[in-house]
Design a protein around this ligand. Structure first.
Ligand code: GLU
Length: 216
């Protein structure tokens, strides 16, 4: 079990994500990463090992401030702990970017189908299958909610997902099945997190996302 934090609002998403992930460190992890919406698309930054390594990497990069993003600490279940296997995972053009807690049981079957549809895979994770499946249905339907719900119908296993789309720069999407995920509403924005401590210093207004529920 590892951690998810997402934020959209007036504050620096990078700051909120790193602070939130730090509060989830007690759950254990082997790598970490964030995706931040930028003027020209979505930027993904990941690192193996401690959150402080990711923090230093981000400080060095000094990206322009972003008000929307998703972050993740990974506890590897499929594939070794590495930067490539760390989340967020994304499509080749970074138009759909996703973080995941849990295990996708039928990922090999889904991977084979997506491979036949022309998708390339770079990591050993089950999660990369999820983001490419969402992309597959996004290309078919043109709407994030429809794409996520169709992907959920295909996936067997447990998941909490945080998803952002390049076409929807100020929006955060989330869905879950048998893995915890909550929404927080603060004075300055909205958050998602896998556990309450991640957002407790920001808000006490918390909504527990239901099983098989999708949030926008
Ligand atoms: N199964 C995914 C992976 O191995 C997610 C693990 C987790 O919950 O951190 O990358």
């Amino acid at each position: 079990m590892c951690g998810i934090v997402g934020y959209v609002g007036m504050r620096s998403a990078q700051q909120v994500l790193l602070d939130g992930l730090e509060k989830l460190e007690y759950r254990g992890y082997d790598s970490a990463g964030v995706a931040l919406t930028q003027r020209d698309g979505i930027r993904v930054v990941k690192s193996k090992g401690r959150l402080s390594t990711l923090r230093s990497k981000l400080e060095e990069l000094a990206l322009p401030q972003s008000g929307c993003g998703i972050g993740h600490t990974r506890w590897a279940t499929h594939g070794e702990p590495s930067e490539t296997n760390a989340h967020p995972h994304c499509t080749d053009d970074k138009s759909v970017v996703l973080v995941h807690n849990g295990i996708i049981e039928n990922y090999q079957e889904l991977k084979a189908k997506l491979f036949r549809s022309g998708y390339t895979f770079y990591s050993q994770t089950d999660t990369e299958v999820a983001v490419k499946l969402v992309d597959y249905y996004y290309k078919k339907t043109g709407t994030p909610l429809e794409a996520i719900s169709r992907a959920m119908l295909c996936i067997r296993g447990s998941y909490a997902f945080g998803v952002i789309f390049k076409d929807y720069p100020g929006k955060l999407f989330a869905a879950r099945k048998d893995s915890p995920l909550i929404i927080g509403k603060s004075e300055n924005g909205s958050l998602i997190a896998s556990d309450v401590p991640a957002i407790l210093d920001q808000t006490r207004r918390v909504y527990y996302i239901g099983n098989l529920e999708i949030a926008e």
